[in-house]
Design a protein around this ligand. Structure first.
Ligand SMILES: Cc1cc2nc3c(=O)[nH]c(=O)nc-3n(C[C@H](O)[C@H](O)[C@H](O)COP(=O)(O)OP(=O)(O)OC[C@H]3O[C@@H](n4cnc5c(N)ncnc54)[C@H](O)[C@@H]3O)c2cc1C
Length: 633
């Protein structure tokens, strides 16, 4: 029976969820708070110079037919504008875009109950609404949404808003975990700002560098390159090729054309992607490519922002290190300092400048040295750990040597494999070079107060001077629209999730509520497809995992996390990070759905193990799911 499905959020996960449920004939509505889709990759919603840290070949949905054509040009790590064009065109090609109501935020979700429903995990029952019977399981949701009715552009908190209601049988929350910037207020911050200082979260940096308009210029450059590729392909095939819908179908009205490209971008395009800031320009994109032009334009915008300033970046995660080196590479700042709590391991894109990190990190073969959630028992398990341990020691030494970590005093105190959590990231190009060359200062310490005259006080008592403070301090998570009693059944005060696979709220039960996108790992676009399919299987009543089985899984997972990882990483696993067991995570979901790799050919099977993650193979496995009858487990 077709269900009324509400998807909240139109990022990577919301798009996958809408497509999956729509393709199975459900009645889908998508509500997106912002003016455009893409979430993290939405133009204007990140920092200039952001690139995909995954390689282009692994960041695609299952049915994209390999590396998206949007990514196949100047770099293995497409800029945010290219990722946005992929998501935009994918949503349009799969009929998702017309379902999205933009500038529409979910503000309240109240459960509804079917008088005839039985509580417990699994199963579906249809929709008569009623008051909550004690201990019952929700069978639907009554949503209150707010549509921004102000002038075009991002909704303003102050409104004007128009409130309306919407009822659904299934609520798919796809709001991501990068929406609530953590911006701890510092004592003295108002004095710091009054004196001309600026404090900004890393995700809002674009707002100081031309905002969404500038980011849309990057999109226009990527679109122009895509169109040129298409034309060249058509010419090669003697004009017989058809223009793919991806060349711009369903673009939001806010989209700009290549002709609107700004003077800055145009200059760097002509320049072959050399930074106009006098710096070396991005070395990680092919000179002359659209990607190089976009990255150089970002560099030029950052140069303008930081010119003559003392910049302090707080945090050494992916965003912190990215922003710090991008700013240092402009050579326009007076100084750039990256403050960190403790040294972290990061992965070089090329180990010793030779081996692409995707081979050890994103192939099953490479992953065989990581600690396994489902480790073989006995001697075999011991041998696996011993071999893994020795290989990690080698990797640790090589990485330390390559980065010259000892010289900079940034050797982490924990073994690399014991800290595999969502803070582990690919080392931004040139980060350690900039540090060794003195363009970038690395300093342990946390700011505790700000003050007039650019004063920044650290937790060790030292003082620094800063004009611009960038907080790369991460994001928080919340479910402000759910009744507090239900929200507390999903997330404990310390952030520990009560979600099977980071998706299903087993303490609430039923099959009307799913959180998609809080299971953060290495292959997010693939995860989005698999998670959406898992939710679909649950909703259509084919997948029945009991609450006891889910609790047993949780007990095993948490015990493994405590045994194998440092406390920070173990806590991250409890909060839904699956980076340390990405393959087992995805395999366990497939297994529960009855999807297996038996339909793969021998060549595909080899590919599954030896080459970087190929979402198409997982798509093939999911297409083999028997949808004919209910399975019971
Ligand atoms: C800087 C950065 C770099 C990253 N790089 C990579 C990478 O290289 N590889 C990788 O695999 N992953 C990467 N990630 C992870 C990345 O977040 C995911 O790949 C993916 O984009 C997350 O998609 P999502 O749909 O879960 O969330 P989001 O992209 O955050 O989308 C959530 C959407 O929900 C909307 N929303 C929120 N609240 C409401 C509400 N109440 N009502 C309506 N709409 C709402 C938001 O506006 C947003 O559009 C990166 C993340 C960041 C922050």
């Amino acid at each position: 029976m077709a269900k009324r499905v509400a998807v909240i959020g139109a990022g990577v996960h919301g798009i996958a969820a809408a497509k999956t449920f729509m393709e199975h004939s459900h009645d889908v509505a998508v509500f997106e708070g912002a003016e455009d889709l893409g979430g993290v990759w939405r133009p204007g919603n990140n920092y200039p110079g952001l690139q995909l840290q995954s390689t282009a070949d692994i960041y695609s949905y299952c049915d994209s037919g390999g590396t998206p054509r949007h990514f196949a040009r100047g770099t293995e790590h497409p800029p945010a504008a290219a990722v946005y064009t992929y998501l935009r065109d994918y949503a349009a090609e799969h009929g998702v875009t017309p379902l999205i109501r933009f500038r529409t935020k979910l503000v309240q979700a109240r459960p509804t109950y079917d008088r005839n429903s039985s509580s417990g995990t699994g199963g579906v029952s249809g929709g008569e609404e009623a008051e909550e019977p004690a201990g019952a399981t929700p069978t639907g949701w009554h949503l209150t949404l707010r549509r921004y009715t102000g002038p075009p552009g991002e909704p303003k908190d102050a409104g004007p808003w128009e409130e309306f209601d919407h009822n659904c049988d299934v609520l798919l929350i796809c709001i991501g975990c990068f929406n609530v910037p953590k911006t701890p207020p510092f004592p003295g911050q108002s004095d710091f700002v009054a004196g001309g200082g600026v404090v900004v979260h890393s995700s809002q940096l674009q707002s100081l560098c031309g905002g969404r308009q500038a980011a849309l210029e990057d999109v226009a450059v990527m679109d122009a390159a895509l169109a040129a590729d298409q034309k060249a392909a058509e010419e090669r095939s003697g004009g017989k090729g058809k223009r793919g819908a991806g060349g711009g179908a369903g673009k939001p009205e806010t989209h700009v054309t290549a002709a609107a490209t700004s003077a800055t971008t145009a200059a760097v395009v002509q320049n072959g992607g050399t930074s106009s800031a006098g710096g070396p320009g991005p070395q990680h994109a092919r000179p002359g490519s659209a990607e190089a032009a976009v990255l150089a334009a970002a560099s030029a915008r950052l140069a303008q922002l930081v010119s003559g300033k003392r910049v302090v970046v707080v945090g050494n995660g992916k965003s912190g290190e990215d922003v710090a080196v991008l700013m240092a590479d402009t050579r326009a700042a007076k100084s750039v300092t990256c403050l960190y709590k403790e040294p972290q391991w990061s992965v070089p894109y090329y180990l010793l400048g030779l081996v692409n990190f995707k081979y050890p990190l994103t192939t099953r073969l490479g992953d065989s040295i990581t600690q396994k959630l489902h480790a073989p028992p006995g001697l075999l398990g011991w041998l696996h750990r011993a071999v893994g341990w020795s290989q990690w020691r080698l990797i640790e030494r090589l990485v330390s040597y390559q980065h010259g970590r000892a010289k900079l005093g940034v050797v982490p105190t924990h073994a690399v494999e014991r800290g595999l959590d969502c803070t582990l990231h690919a080392e931004p190009f040139g980060f350690f070079t900039a540090a060794h060359e003195g363009r970038l200062q690395l300093r342990q310490g946390q700011p505790v107060a700000l003050g007039a005259g650019g004063r920044l006080q650290l937790d060790d008592g030292a003082e620094m001077q800063a004009d611009l403070v960038v907080l790369a301090t991460g994001w928080g998570r919340s479910l402000p629209f759910l009744p507090p009693d239900l929200a507390s059944k999903i997330m404990q005060p310390d952030g520990t999730l009560q979600l099977h696979h980071g998706i299903y709220p087993y303490e609430i039960g039923g099959s009307s509520l799913f959180i998609l996108g809080w299971n953060v790992g290495l292959f997010q676009a693939l995860f989005a497809d698999v998670a959406a399919r898992w939710a679909l299987e649950m909703v259509e009543g084919r997948l029945r995992v009991t609450k006891e089985q889910m609790l047993a899984y949780r007990t095993k997972l948490f015990a493994w996390a405590d045994r194998c990882f440092i406390p920070r990483a173990a806590a991250d696993i409890r909060r839904g990070c699956v980076a340390a067991y990405s393959y087992e995570h995805v395999d366990d979901m497939l297994k529960e759905m009855g999807a297996d790799f038996k339909s793969l050919t021998m060549a595909e099977y080899l590919q599954l193990y030896m080459t970087p993650v190929n979402a198409a193979l997982y798509g093939k496995a999911m297409r083999a799911i028997n949808t004919g009858s209910s399975r019971s487990r």
